[in-house]
Design a protein around this ligand. Structure first.
Ligand code: B12
Length: 162
């Protein structure tokens, strides 16, 4: 009786082990993956005396070069904001500048791993204002190379008095 019980337990355990080993892998839930595929956004540059630029720009995160700040990544990985490259506001400005042949300049701050955008089309803050960066009407809480853009976003660089 005792032997039969042990054998039954062994058979059940083996069968269970085999069933688990051959069970199909449990499907992983799909999570939103950040990609650096190009997105189209609407970029506006609003200066002190009116609009300096408005257009639809195809953009992705990329390395940028400024006269004052040098060459650095501007793809959302700045400051560890995103684990992989994504489109960003400052990269969108850079794409617009290259495609529509205007200039911008920015200072690199290693402490933030980001630029401040200081001059667009040779317009600076003149000590009384700065270039505010907003996306869909909201001022972004991080630098322009750290914020992730999505397709259709409205990106604005607005000359704003302190
Ligand atoms: C004052 C200030 C500003 C001033 C700086 C000029 C001035 N007249 O003083 C102005 C108004 C220009 C400014 C702008 C912005 N700022 Co600011 N600012 C500050 C603040 C309150 C104090 C900085 C300071 O004086 N430190 C003391 C001095 C001695 O140290 P410092 O290193 O020399 O300071 C310089 C830098 O901080 C730099 N700076 C200021 N803001 C930013 C933002 C970025 C992204 C970078 C790279 C550098 C930078 O300007 C300072 C003066 O030269 C900090 C908050 C804080 N408590 O640190 C936020 C702060 C640095 N700013 C911040 C942000 C997000 C911005 C903007 C991107 C906001 C926006 N949506 O437009 C813009 C920059 C836009 C652009 N053109 O690129 C964030 C940065 C967060 C991050 N991880 O990137 C902070 C930390 C506020 C926050 N959200 O918590 N800012």
């Amino acid at each position: 009786m005792h032997l039969r019980s042990v054998r039954r337990t062994l058979i059940t355990t083996t069968a269970l082990g085999l069933a688990l080993a051959s069970a199909p892998a449990v499907a992983q839930p799909r999570t939103a993956v950040s990609t650096n595929a190009p997105v189209k956004v609407v970029l506006t540059v609003q200066g002190p005396d009116g609009r300096l630029f408005k257009g639809r720009i195809k953009t992705k995160g990329h390395e940028v070069t400024t006269a004052t700040g040098g060459t650095h990544a501007c793809d959302g990985t700045n400051g560890g904001a995103h684990p992989s490259a994504v489109p960003t506001p400052t990269a969108a400005l850079d794409d617009a500048a290259r495609k529509r042949h205007f200039t911008w300049d920015g200072t690199w701050y290693a402490s933030f791993d980001d630029y401040t955008v200081d001059t667009i089309k040779n317009v600076d803050g003149g000590g009384v204002a700065y270039w505010n960066i907003s996306v869909n009407g909201t001022s972004i809480p991080v630098g322009g190379c750290q914020f992730k853009l999505n397709a259709g976003d409205k990106v604005a660089f607005t000359w704003t008095a302190f």
